[in-house]
Design a protein. Structure first.
Lengths: 111, 115
């Protein structure tokens, strides 16, 4: 079974700062998911990536398959980016099995 | 278009009571997932449907938990004889393709409190 770890658990930043959230997993996978959960619970899928880098607006996700590690970056952070960011990977590696989620990184961006 | 909807949004139950949680996935979505999210934790997988077939129920924590999707669209998660440890947010997600490596669209969740 895969184990998914995220760091940091909590992160406070000033508006405009560059943010990095890390995710590591123990079993090789075909794709990793990054999700955003706002207060009140709604979860939005941000990225699903299997290699390299993906960019959407101020969000950038990278993955290193060999090192079993992914990062989510936020450039020019804004208070509206405050949320919990969660990574998820297939439970049994490759593309097999249900998703295993990290515990999330709670980001708070101060104006 | 309409996203994934769940009802009720909040449910308070007395210990021992049965509850039923409903999920309306995005129309036409093949796959449907149920997750349980405890406070301060990430979601944990409960069960997966492909159309009306329940292909994976390995995450259901006990035989008090039962899920169905009889016509391949709406799904119901039923919890019998609720216990305090069942208090959590129950999330439903759907995706257009089969299996797990598709973008999942989440509902707002049902927050269950068992007293």
């Amino acid at each position: 079974k895969n184990e998914v770890e995220q760091s940091p658990q909590n992160l406070t930043a000033q508006e405009g700062e560059f943010i990095t959230i890390n995710c590591s997993y123990s079993v090789g996978i075909s794709a990793l998911h990054w999700l955003q959960q706002h207060p009140g619970g709604g979860i939005v899928s941000l990225f699903m990536l299997s290699s390299g880098k993906k960019k959407h607006g101020r969000l950038i996700a990278t993955i290193n398959i060999q090192e079993k590690h992914s990062s989510l970056h936020i450039t020019a952070s804004h208070p509206r980016d405050s949320a919990v960011y969660i990574c998820a990977a297939p439970n049994y590696g490759g593309s097999q099995g249900n998703l295993i989620f990290g515990k999330g990184t709670k980001l708070s961006v101060k104006p | 278009g309409a996203g994934v909807s769940q009802s009720p949004r909040y449910k308070v139950a007395k210990r021992g009571q049965d509850v039923a949680l409903r999920c309306d996935p995005i129309s036409g979505h093949v796959s449907l997932f149920w997750y349980q999210q405890a406070l301060g934790q990430g979601p944990e997988f409960l069960t997966y449907f492909q159309n009306e077939a329940q292909l994976d129920k390995s995450g259901l924590p006990s035989d008090r938990f039962f899920a169905e999707r009889p016509e391949g669209s709406v799904s119901t998660l039923k919890i019998q004889r609720t216990q305090q440890e069942d208090s959590a947010v129950y999330l439903c997600a759907s995706s257009s393709g089969s299996r797990y490596q598709e973008t999942q669209y989440f509902g707002p969740g049902t927050r269950l409190l068992v007293l």
